[in-house]
Design a protein around this ligand. Structure first.
Ligand SMILES: O=C(O)CCC(=O)C(=O)O
Ligand SMILES: [Fe+2]
Length: 347
C-alpha cells in the first residue's frame, strides 16, 4: 500500500468515527427520565503512592464501567478550590464590556465566550458563559491586577495543581494499558508550545424569577468530552450534572444525577482516551440540566480541567484498534464535526 492510499484509509476511518458519534449525539438531546439508583463511584486518594495498587484497580473499574468517578482526599486543599471559585465569580461579575476585552481565540480554547457553544445534541446554545485558560495562548487574555487582583497568579497555580492530579490519575490508566507509568505525563507536557490542556471556568446563568425556561434549553446539552480525562470542580448545592452510562441507559434515555460537593472532584473519561485505550475506557454521555421549578434558580459555577494530549503526540491503543492519529488532528476533526452539525441544526 503506498503512502497516499494508506493516508486515505486513515481519513476514512476517522470520518466514519466522527459521523457515528454525531448521529448518536443528535438523538440524545431530549429530556429522558431520571434513574438515581445508579451511583458514581467515590475513590479515596489518601496516601496515593502507598495505596497505588488499590487505587489503580478502583479507577480502572470505574472508568471501564460507568466512565465517571469522584475523587476525595485528592490533595488539592478545599481552601485552594474555593479561592479559585472566588476569582471565577469575580471575573464573571465584570461588565460585558470588560469581559469582551478577552475574547475567545477561535479554535484555541483560550479566552471568554458568552452563550456561544451550540451542542449537536440539542441545536441550542448552552445557557452559560466560560473563560478558558490554555497556557500557550494566553497573550492579552489575563485581566490585570486592577480588574481582578491575583487572578493570573492564583489560577496559574491552580491549573498546575489540577494538571498534576490529572497526571496522577492517568498514570494508573497507563499502567493498566501496558504503557510506562509516566506515558501520559510525557504526552501532556506543560512546558511545550504544543500543550493543549485547558482549565475552563464556567458560569451557568441564573433563571429569571417567575419565568419558566423554554423547553429545549440546557445549561450544557448532552455531550461526550473530546479529551483524555476531565476533572470537574463543583459546589455543594449547585447540582444539575447528569450522566447516561452505557447502551442500555441510552436506549431507555435514563439519566443519573451526580451530587456535587466542594471537596470532591467529579471526573470522566473523554473520547481521546477511549480511542487510546481501544475503547476499554468509556467516554460517557453527560449534560447539565436546568433547575426544576422547585429548585434554586441562582447561578451555577463549576471549573473543568481537560487533560488533552499535546498536539504533536500520536494516539494509538496497545491493540491498534484504530489508525494512528495526532492529538492535533483528532481534536480538529471532533471540533469540525461539531461545527458542521451545529450549522446543519440551524437549517
Ligand atoms: O459543569 C459541569 O458540571 C460539567 C461541565 C461539562 O460537562 C463540560 O464542560 O464538558
Ligand atoms: Fe463535559
Amino acid at each position: 500500500m503506498n503512502n497516499t492510499t494508506h493516508q486515505k484509509d486513515h481519513d476514512n476511518t476517522n470520518i466514519a468515527y466522527g459521523l457515528q458519534e454525531l448521529n448518536f449525539e443528535s438523538t440524545i438531546g431530549g429530556m429522558g427520565q431520571e434513574n438515581n439508583q445508579r451511583t458514581v463511584p467515590l475513590i479515596d486518594l489518601t496516601d496515593f503512592e502507598q495505596n497505588r495498587d488499590k487505587i489503580r484497580e478502583q479507577l480502572w473499574h470505574a472508568a471501564t464501567d460507568i466512565g465517571f468517578f469522584q475523587l476525595v482526599n485528592h490533595g488539592i486543599d478545599v481552601a485552594t478550590v474555593r479561592e479559585a471559585f472566588a476569582l471565577s465569580e469575580q471575573f464573571f461579575a465584570l461588565s460585558e464590556e470588560n469581559k469582551a476585552r478577552f475574547p475567545l481565540k477561535e479554535g484555541l480554547n483560550a479566552g471568554w465566550e458568552f452563550m456561544a457553544q451550540v451542542r449537536p445534541s440539542t441545536g441550542t446554545a448552552d445557557q452559560k458563559e466560560s473563560y478558558q485558560i490554555t497556557l500557550p495562548h494566553m497573550d492579552n487574555l489575563w485581566p490585570n491586577q486592577v480588574l481582578v487582583p491575583e487572578f493570573q497568579r492564583i489560577l496559574l497555580d491552580f491549573e498546575q495543581r489540577a494538571w498534576q492530579l490529572g497526571m496522577q490519575v492517568l498514570s494508573c490508566f497507563a499502567e493498566k494499558l501496558g504503557f510506562a507509568q509516566d506515558f501520559f505525563t510525557q504526552a501532556h507536557r506543560r512546558d511545550s508550545a504544543d500543550y493543549q490542556s485547558t482549565l475552563r471556568l464556567l458560569h451557568y446563568l441564573p433563571l429569571d424569577e417567575g419565568v419558566e425556561p423554554e423547553a429545549g434549553l440546557w445549561r450544557a446539552g448532552a455531550h461526550t468530552d473530546f479529551d483524555c480525562l476531565t476533572m470537574v470542580f463543583q459546589k455543594t448545592g449547585q447540582g444539575g450534572l447528569q450522566v447516561c452510562p452505557g447502551k442500555e441507559a441510552m436506549q431507555r434515555q435514563e439519566w443519573t444525577s451526580v451530587i456535587p460537593q466542594d471537596d470532591i472532584i467529579t471526573c470522566n473519561i473523554g473520547d481521546m482516551l477511549m480511542r487510546w485505550s481501544d475503547d476499554k475506557l468509556k467516554s460517557t454521555l453527560h449534560r447539565v440540566r436546568m433547575p426544576k421549578p422547585d429548585e434554586a434558580r441562582g447561578p451555577r459555577y463549576s471549573m473543568a480541567f481537560f487533560c488533552q494530549a499535546n498536539k504533536d503526540v500520536m494516539i494509538q491503543g496497545p491493540e491498534r484498534k484504530y489508525a494512528e492519529i495526532s492529538a492535533r488532528d483528532y481534536l480538529l476533526q471532533r471540533i469540525n464535526a461539531n461545527f458542521s452539525a451545529a450549522k446543519a441544526a440551524e437549517k
